[in-house]
Ligand binder design. Sequence first.
Ligand code: TPP
Ligand code: SF4
Length: 279
Amino acid sequence: MTETTACTLLQPKEYKSKVKPVWCPGCGDFGVLGSITKALSGLQIQPENAAIISGIGCSSRMPTYLRTYGFHGVHGRALALATGLKVARPELTVIATGGDGDGFSIGGNHFLHTCRRNPNMTYIVMDNQVYGMTKGQASPTTDPHWEKGKLTPGGTGINPFQPLVIALASGANFIARSSSSDSNGTAKVIMEAIRHPGFSLVQILSPCVTFRPEQRDWKNRLIPAPMGPTSDPAQAARRLLTDEGMYTGILFRGDRPPYQPRPEPSIDNIAELDEEFRL
Ligand SMILES: Cc1ncc(C[n+]2csc(CCOP(=O)(O)OP(=O)(O)O)c2C)c(N)n1
Ligand code: SF4
């Protein structure tokens, strides 16, 4: 990180790009953009030392709106891209962003194995329990009784995916939930997530006001977690399994060492290796 002085401190707005977001008025993702810029400013991470990586979806537009490095990738592959970048450029602050569809449906397999691998990066999921960009289909986190899904009249009838429980079981090292309606609180959680070594998951409840207008009421249903974070996975599991998805705060801080790529074995004799693989 470049040395900063009081007069060169970067303000949150200086992390925004010149591109104007095309999200629907009132979309929760505006609040998340604000929280990310506050967190980057709070840690005084220079824009050239950060990379925001995403997949596809309304929430995955995030890199476009930030003045850091960025990569708007393909659907469900944000974590694979972000892991590759972190391995190649470990000095960068790498943040993957996206939606519940991108991360837990098409990207579900990468989610499990990124938790397991535990690279030192942060994953921000804007969870609106719907596919917003493709106009309102049920996602893995949708309530089974939501009847307005474009492909699931009558509801999905299947239990929702529990991202935080699954992250814990798969090895994520930091797990938190927050809300797009709490811009400063979410910024603090993101700062902690970036600081914590290993793979940090921040689920941000971020309403899709167009296809799930009832989510505007989420801000009245949030419950600050009654207990501070634990480093005990068993205790975290008990809490996460009983919180009904509305506890906010840092819920788990693990102490697993982050992933370190093994040094490549040296190949002295290519011809010998070639011979081994000859058919
Ligand atoms: C391989 C592939 N399959 C499907 C799509 C269509 N698609 C684009 S975004 C999206 C879901 C987005 O939902 P989510 O990740 O929850 O983000 P949101 O738009 O709600 O922020 C889908 C299915 C695609 N772009 N690529
Ligand atoms: S469709 Fe939903 S998620 Fe997409 S921009 Fe509009 S409100 Fe936001």
